[in-house]
Design a binder for this molecule. Sequence first.
Ligand SMILES: [Zn+2]
Length: 111
Amino acid sequence: MSAAGLTPSPCRFCGAPILWAQTKNGRAMPVDAAPFPRDQIAPSGRWRLVREGGALRVFHDVAAIEVAEVWVAHFATCPAKVPSAKRGGLEPAIRERLAYYEAARAAERGA
Ligand SMILES: [Zn+2]
């Protein structure tokens, strides 16, 4: 039930490693390739990744199922998508990761 072993692709906006998963409605959703410890993420932001055959599926039912790690939608951590003005209100773990992606993107641009 782990997403380990999957090869991430870079976000086309910020270059962060993301995985594309399918929601129960069949929509493609980008999630951060790296999970978070469950307790660092508010319940509304927790997603569970499940590999089913060749497909990667994402479920929003983490509240009902005990898991140690959760995934977040990349929209929540993408420096290109989260306006600076909104970052102060982010959860610390999310804000940290967003800052990390932004620094990595800046370093890449400077290289
Ligand atoms: Zn991004």
